[in-house]
Write a protein that binds this ligand. Structure first.
Ligand SMILES: [Fe+2]
Length: 148
């Protein structure tokens, strides 16, 4: 099973979210690596638990930007996050029953989800959030100049 290669096309140019997306890819690659050398002492359950925590944190972070700046398609975006989180939780639960084939299909789903979600859905909000962040920064600088 091939690993996911991070590429510049996945960058939203929103530093905090890009950093969390890179971490997500690294965690999935760790899972792929562990899957290839599966043994009795596999730490896949732990990797899956860490993945769930990270996915929750990433989505909470992304959604807080969308709420703060009132992104129009927020509800649809949150729905997609919810579906992916559910899949991740289900994989963690089923892996406890040693269901390897489920893990393989989960990894494949993750690979296509990353490509489709980041490149299509996240890219839709990225320019919107970048403009809002720029305006916030601009206002802050203007305010500082006024009271210098
Ligand atoms: Fe997203």
């Amino acid at each position: 099973m091939t690993k996911i290669e991070w590429c510049v096309d996945y960058c939203l140019k929103i530093a905090e979210i890009d950093k969390l997306h890179i971490e997500l890819v690294n965690m999935l690659n760790q899972l792929i690596e562990e899957r290839q050398t599966i043994s009795e002492e596999s730490n896949i359950p732990e990797l899956l638990s860490n993945l769930i925590d990270h996915v929750r944190y990433l989505f909470r972070n992304e959604e807080s930007y969308l709420i703060q700046y009132r992104f129009p398609d927020f509800k649809e975006h949150r729905k997609q996050h919810g579906e992916f989180l559910k899949k991740t939780i289900a994989c963690r639960r089923l892996f406890s029953d040693q269901n390897i084939s489920y893990l393989d299909s989960f990894i494949d789903d993750c690979k296509s989800w990353i490509a489709s979600h980041i490149l299509k859905c996240d890219m839709e909000y990225a320019p919107f959030i970048r403009i809002q962040l720029y305006l916030d920064q601009y206002e802050k600088l203007r305010f500082q100049k006024r009271f210098r």
